[in-house]
Design a protein around this ligand. Structure first.
Ligand SMILES: NC(=O)c1ccc[n+]([C@@H]2O[C@H](COP(=O)([O-])OP(=O)(O)OC[C@H]3O[C@@H](n4cnc5c(N)ncnc54)[C@H](OP(=O)(O)O)[C@@H]3O)[C@@H](O)[C@H]2O)c1
Length: 241
């Protein structure tokens, strides 16, 4: 029987690559998204992966959304917390709204999504929780106090929960991508990319969404059962912890 995997923000960017890679690896996949219905419909047409709209920053919406996914596909055994947003600004100009939006989605979203599936994973003595953090949660980034704080928080959450899940067959790990060639990053002017960003990356290129997706497929697999509480950096050598 194929396992059920739920990917938040699974209809675009890195999340779309994760959803597709998990499907190709034999999982029954559900992809959540926030509001871009057009992108979600196109993604489902192209991949056959069902999409489910709810906001991970709302606990009640997560409970309802997960219940729908489980009614359609079965209990969630692999949860990939990938949904994330940026609301950048230098700290002296950052508004409480910018702070709260990023913390509520990128950090509280992990509580909201993981809590409703956790008891089921414990009862079945199996689970995989994979949190997509960021290089900027490891090293900090000017203009991203909110994002860096949330993504660093994701790493603490990962380590604490890994200790609780270990005796119950549940692993909890994080992946910290560096610059990945998603639409958002590719929209940066080529001159800025070539002169300011790529020179910071020792391998000399952006990462591909599929490279993050392959990390997820590995961490979700039975082969990764001894790996928990870890942070996998996939950043082309840009930053070592
Ligand atoms: N791109 C990079 O270089 C990079 C580097 C390091 C870490 N990351 C992390 O990797 C993850 C994916 O990034 P990305 O660049 O692929 O993002 P993206 O292309 O902007 O896609 C974000 C996805 O998350 C969904 N989403 C956003 N807010 C949500 C919410 N409140 N509830 C449910 N879904 C929500 C979006 O849904 P809609 O389509 O409906 O908007 C979309 O499917 C994020 O956590 C990001 O912080 C990215």
């Amino acid at each position: 029987m194929s396992r059920v995997a739920l990917v938040t923000g699974g209809s675009r960017g890195i999340g779309a690559a994760i959803s597709i890679a998990l499907k190709n690896a034999g999982y029954k996949v559900a992809a959540n998204y926030a509001g871009n219905d057009e992108a979600a419909a196109k993604f489902t047409d192209e991949t056959g992966i069902p999409t489910y709209k709810w906001d991970v920053s709302s606990y009640e919406s997560c409970v309802e959304g997960i219940a729908k996914v489980e009614a359609d596909l079965g209990p969630v055994e692999v949860l990939v917390n990938n949904a994330g947003i940026t609301r950048d600004g230098m700290f002296h100009k950052m508004t409480p709204d910018q702070w709260n939006a990023v913390i509520n989605t990128n950090l509280t979203g992990l509580f909201n999504m993981t809590h409703p599936v956790w008891s089921g994973m414990r009862d079945r003595s199996f689970g995989r929780v994979i949190n997509i953090s960021s290089i900027n949660g490891q090293k900090g980034q000017a203009g991203q106090a909110n994002y860096s704080a949330a993504k660093a928080g994701d790493l603490g959450f990962t380590k604490a929960l890994a200790q609780e899940g270990a005796m119950k067959g549940i692993t909890v790990n994080a992946i910290c991508p560096g610059y990945i060639g998603t639409e958002m990053v590719r929209a940066i002017p080529e001159k800025v990319l070539n002169e300011r960003i790529i020179p910071q990356i020792p391998v000399g290129r952006l990462g591909e969404p599929e490279e993050i997706a392959r990390c997820v497929v590995f961490l979700a697999s039975d082969d990764a059962g001894f790996i928990t509480g870890s942070t996998l950096s996939a950043n082309g050598g840009q930053f070592f912890v």
